[in-house]
Design a binder for this molecule. Structure first.
Ligand code: FA5
Length: 331
C-alpha cells in the first residue's frame, strides 16, 4: 500500500500525510511493532526483522518522492520566472562617434561611391617621401610651412598625407583613385585653428587623359554631397611644389549666419583644401610616364571641414574629450 501511494505522490502535503500514516508515532509500522510483544521470541525476532526492512523501504521511497517533488517545483519555478524580453531595459552610458570620425566617414563614403579606395600610410615617415619625392628638396622654401617633428635623421612624423601619394604610386600603376584619411603633425603654435596634431584627407587620381576639368567636377560633386545641393565651389591659383597648376578650393558657406558668421566671417566662402594637377616630376619619381599619364590630387584638413559642418569655433574642442561636446553628436 505504501509503495503504491509513494510512487504516485506529487505534492508535499500528501507526502507528509503518507509519512505520518506509515512511519508516524501512531503509524502502521509502529502499530505493527507494538503488537509483537504478545508473540514468542522466535516469531518476534523474525517479524521484527521484516518490519524493519519494510520501514527502510518506506524511508527510501519517501526520499525518492521528496526529490521528485523538488524537481517538479524547480520546473514550475523556471516556467514562472521566464525573462520578459519586452520590458524596457536599463540604459547604460555609451560613447558616441567623435565629430571628426563622423565627418571622415561621410567624406570617405562619398569618395567610395565614386569608385575610390581608401589607403593608409605610416605616421612615422621617411623625409624622402614626405618632402623630396614630392618635389620639396632640402632648403626649398615650402618646407618652412611644414615645421616638423624629426624623430631621427631622415625620419619624421609626417606633416601631411601627401607622402601616401608617393607610396601609392610606387606600389600600383594607373589607373589609380584613392583617398587617404589620416593623422598629421606639425610644430605649429596651438590656437583656435591650429593644432600640433591634426587630420588630413588626401585624394589622388592618376590615369590616361585626366584633366583639370575632372578635378573640378569631382570636387564640385563632393562639395554638393557634403554640404548640400546649393553649394558652389571657387578655385583660386595657389602654389604647391607637387602640383602644377595648383589651386585653393573654397565652398559657399554652408551655415552662413550673416555678419559675424563664425565659419566664413561673412565673406560667404570657406577655404577648405589645396589641390592641383600632379606635377610631372612627381609622376616620374614614382616610375610613371608623364607623357602617357596625368593626374590630380587634393588635400584637406578634416578639422577644418568638421568646424565648417558643425559651426565649431575652436579646434581645441575636438581634443578635450568634454562629454558635453561629444554628447551633441549622438546618432
Ligand atoms: C598640404 O598639406 C598639402 N599636402 C595639400 C595638398 C595635397 C595640396 C595635394 C595639393 C595636392 P597645407 O599645408 O595647406 O597643404 O595643409 C592642408 C590643410 O591642412 C590646411 O588647409 C588645414 O586645413 C590643415 N592644416 C594644416 N596645418 C594644420 C594645423 N596645424 N592644424 C590643423 N589643421 C592644419
Amino acid at each position: 500500500e505504501a509503495k503504491d501511494a509513494l510512487v504516485k505522490v506529487s505534492e508535499e502535503r500528501t507526502l507528509e500525510e503518507l509519512r505520518v500514516k506509515f512511519l508516524g508515532k501512531k503509524g502502521v509500522v509502529k502499530e505493527f511493532l507494538s503488537q509483537l510483544g504478545s508473540l514468542d521470541v522466535e516469531m518476534r525476532k523474525e517479524l521484527g526483522k521484516v518490519a524493519n526492512e519494510v520501514k527502510d523501504e518506506i524511508e527510501r521511497l519517501i526520499a525518492e518522492a521528496e526529490s521528485r517533488i523538488a524537481a517538479i517545483k524547480r520546473e514550475a519555478k523556471l516556467k514562472e520566472g521566464v525573462v520578459d524580453v519586452s520590458l524596457p531595459m536599463k540604459t547604460l552610458p555609451v560613447g558616441y562617434p567623435h565629430p571628426l570620425t563622423l565627418v571622415t566617414q561621410k567624406m570617405v563614403s562619398i569618395f567610395q561611391s565614386m569608385g575610390y579606395t581608401v589607403v593608409d600610410g605610416p605616421e612615422l615617415e621617411k623625409e624622402e617621401y614626405n618632402f623630396d619625392m614630392l618635389n620639396i628638396p632640402k632648403h626649398h622654401p615650402a618646407r618652412d610651412d611644414h615645421d616638423s617633428f624629426y624623430v631621427q635623421d631622415g625620419w619624421l612624423m609626417r606633416t601631411h598625407t601627401s607622402p601616401v601619394q608617393i607610396r601609392t604610386m610606387l606600389n600600383k600603376k594607373p589607373p589609380i583613385a584613392v583617398v587617404v584619411p589620416g593623422r598629421c603633425y606639425r610644430r605649429d603654435a596651438v590656437d583656435a585653428t591650429h593644432s600640433h596634431t591634426f587630420h588630413q584627407m588626401e585624394g589622388l587620381v592618376v590615369g590616361e587623359g585626366i584633366s583639370f576639368a575632372d578635378l573640378k567636377g569631382t570636387l564640385l560633386l563632393w562639395a554638393k554631397l557634403m554640404f548640400g545641393e546649393q553649394t558652389q565651389i571657387r578655385l583660386r591659383p595657389d602654389y604647391f611644389p607637387f602640383t602644377e597648376p595648383s589651386a585653393e578650393l573654397a565652398v559657399t558657406c554652408p551655415v552662413c549666419h550673416g555678419p559675424g558668421c563664425p565659419v566664413c566671417k561673412h565673406t560667404g566662402w570657406v577655404e577648405l583644401m589645396g589641390c592641383g594637377m600632379v606635377e610631372p616630376t612627381v609622376l616620374k619619381n614614382c616610375g610613371i610616364d608623364p607623357s602617357k599619364y596625368s593626374g590630380f590630387a587634393f588635400g584637406l584638413g578634416i578639422e577644418r571641414v568638421a568646424m565648417t559642418v558643425y559651426g565649431i569655433k575652436d579646434i581645441r574642442h575636438f581634443y578635450e574629450n568634454d562629454i558635453r561636446l561629444l554628447e551633441q553628436f549622438r546618432a
